[in-house]
Design a protein around this ligand. Sequence first.
Ligand code: FES
Length: 102
Amino acid sequence: MSTSTIRSGNVHFEFEGQTVLARPGQSIAAALWAAQHTTFRTTGGDAAPRGYFCGMGICFDCLVTVDGRPNCRACLVPAADGMVVMRQHGNEGDPASAGGGS
Ligand code: FES
């Protein structure tokens, strides 16, 4: 992303070491998708890529680690300035207790 695309009023967060731009209120998943990042996590068994699928907190395919907290559903968590988001590999704990939403 060039700095010319970074505008005031937008949110900037880090994904795998790259700066991602989001609109205020936009979910992490929507911002990643718009930035053409389509693999948010990999499965535990065969490391198959997973990403944005249902977009409403049901499938758990969008799990990421946010500021060191695993199992956050990227489709439910609003992007925030300075947030550090990492791709998740396999299940890190109980996905039923996944973060997101509030
Ligand atoms: S995309 Fe299905 S839970 Fe997030």
